[in-house]
Every structure is written in C-alpha cells, then in structure tokens.
Design a protein around this ligand. Sequence first.
Ligand code: H2U
Ligand code: ZN
Length: 347
Amino acid sequence: MFITPHRRFNPLTGEWVLVSPHRAKRPWLGQVEKIPPAVFPVYDPACYLCPRNARAGGVFNPDYTGTYSFENDFAALLPGVVDEEDTPPTHPLLVAVPERGHCLVVCFSPRHDLTLPELDRASAESVIATWARHSSDLAREDYIRYVQVFENKGAMMGCSNPHPHSQIWAQSQLPNEISKELATQTEYYKTNTQPLLIDYVQEEHKRKERILFTNDHFTALVPYWAVWPFEVMVTAHRSCGALAELSSAEVSALAEVFQQVTTRYDNLFEISFPYSMGFHQAPADGQPHPEWVLHAHFYPPLLRSATVRKFMVGYEMLAMPQRDITPEAAAERLRLSSDRHYKLALA
Ligand code: H2U
Ligand code: ZN
C-alpha cells in the first residue's frame, strides 16, 4: 500500500481523491467542536418530534408507539403541478426547470433519547421497513423518478433536533449523485456483465483490510476511495434496486449491519457520532436496473477526536477532496472499536 501521496479513483462517481498518508500527524490548532450532551430525556416537552407535542403550524403529533412519519412542514419540494406562468425566460446560460416532489420526516421511535444503535433489533428493523414502505409508495407516483432516504445526525451535521429521525425526499428528476452512479454502474454492467458493486465487494472480501463487518446479505466497509476520514459504505450482496425489494431476512441483516456500524462509530470517541447517511436506490423509472446494487453511504465529519472535525474547504472546494488518515487505517480503528455500545457500560 502507498505511504506517499497518491490519488485514488472512485468508480461510482468517476471522481478522484488525493490521499496524503504522511500528513496524518500534523498538529492541530484550529477549531475545536463542542461535545453535545450525551444524555437526553426519554420525553422532551419542547421537542416537535416527541409524541403528543405540537409542530410548526399547530399540528399535534399523535401518541405514536413505533415509527412515525409526516410530510415535512417546511418541505423543500412540493407535489403540486407547476404553474406554467412561473417558468423563467430561457437562455442557454440561464437554465431552470420546474421540480416537484415530496419531503417526509420519519421518526425512529417515540423515545427522544434512543439513537439507531441503541434501539432493540426489532425496532431497528421496523425503521428499515418504514423507509421501504414510503420509498415504494412514493416511487409509485407517476411523476417521481427518485427517492432519497437519509439521516442527518448531530448538530455538527446541521441536524435541528436530537430526537432520532430521518428524512425521505422524492423528486421528479435524478439528483446529481444518482446521475453519476447510474452512468458508471450502467457502463460497468455493459462491459463486464456484472454489477460494479458486486465485483467491488468480492474483491474487498479477498483483501479484507477495509471490511468492518459482514453477514449473509450485506457488507460494511471503508471504501478504497473514501473521502471522509471514517466514511463507510454498506452494500447488498445481490443486484437490488430498492429497499422494498428486500426480504425480511435481508431487512434483519441490514438492521444488524447498521447497528454494528453505528455502535462502532459511537464507541470510537465515546460520543453520539455525527454523520449524514443515506441509501442510494435505483431510479424509480419503472425500468429494470440489473446494474444497480442497493447501498448506503455514511459520511461522518469527525477526524481525530470528538472535537476535531474535517473541513471540506480550500483545496477540497477549489480542486479535489483530500484525506490524511488512509481508508485502511480508518477501517482498522473501526474494527478495533467495540461492538458493545459504550453507554451500556455507563448504565
Ligand atoms: P433535520 O433532520 O435537518 O433536523 O430536519 C428535521 C426536519 O423537520 C426539517 O427538515 C422539519 C424541518 O423542516 N420540521 C417540521 O416538519 N415541523 C416542525 O415543526 C419543525 C421542523
Ligand atoms: Zn423528542
């Protein structure tokens, strides 16, 4: 493995990342983040996601007991038909097109204090089943072409509320990241008659150095081309376009992998580890997608401790992403991190 500066290629996006292993020990005199409180109440009367509480606009949440979903009160996408009068004048350099869609908020549990790794397995499975059900309902709407399930976790990632929740946005056009992944996976499948991610995960299983955890149906690994220090990808072991295609055994296997990843994350610095996580499902265009392998990306901002984060600034904004700690070193640290949640020892 390289120990000097090199570039690695991301075959899913067609982009490169600069890796600088020799730089991992540089001193840090920059920003130090505040550590958010580790313990939250079971119920917070001021939380707009807790059962029975009021949301914006005066709607009250029901006294829910499992997952709970609602249309975002401040939705970025609206389902209504576009007003033709609203279309801006066209010019080849000033392009805008109308966009329609839906934005849902999905609470994991009525408990204000339980994050994904702390839920019991059945509750974690029901979160995945809820994501799958909404995804297929949204995909069935005739104008929807893509459904994005994601979770922003932690104030550092701009999450507005610690009550464990995720979001689902569905829109009428393919978002940027999905367009890239569709093009690369389609091209690879045409040339190799095998899905790109199936070949990739098989190769990683031979090498083992970037694998965190695996079971019969899913593998969690730090991708060879990871940009974020502790980036993780969770990939299905078969060609599969949608969460709704998963069998109940696969849903359980996915819940196990997610809880393994997020427990190790939390244990790494003994904090509730912040990240943005999301699934990449195939386009909801009614076409078969044999090239597509359902996967999730975890993008956590932390770098070397609970308080020092990676900033995607400077060279990253203007030229290309760069990392110091290698993906192999990050994978090893996550493998060595316990799979028993640190809060259980505190209890
Ligand atoms: P975050 O995952 O970024 O914290 O988002 C929570 C969402 O909850 C956010 O998109 C919505 C915000 O618009 N929200 C409501 O739908 N109703 C409310 O009463 C407050 C926040
Ligand atoms: Zn709450």
